[in-house]
Design a binder for this molecule. Structure first.
Ligand SMILES: [Zn+2]
Length: 73
């Protein structure tokens, strides 16, 4: 099934940000990274959002905080 990538590239998701989110490739530019993080946000991929947030600046209970927000909505 053809599904446009939520990042706005007008490419199919499977050939756009999916390879980054699934860990098959690594973002080479900040723009790619932020687009893939947006896609993860849209699809509620908490694991990817946490994994791509530098540990020095992220809250230690980030995953739980996101889960709580998800639960409330
Ligand atoms: Zn994309």
């Amino acid at each position: 099934m053809f599904k446009l990538c939520p990042c706005g590239s007008l490419k199919e998701f499977s050939v756009c940000c999916h390879s980054l989110i699934s860990g098959q490739t690594i973002a080479t530019t900040a723009l790619e990274l932020m687009k893939s993080r947006y896609c993860a946000y849209v699809s509620h991929d908490v694991e990817y959002l946490v994994a791509t947030w530098h540990p020095d600046v992220r809250s230690p209970d980030l995953a739980e905080s996101i889960a709580e927000i998800e639960h409330d909505n």
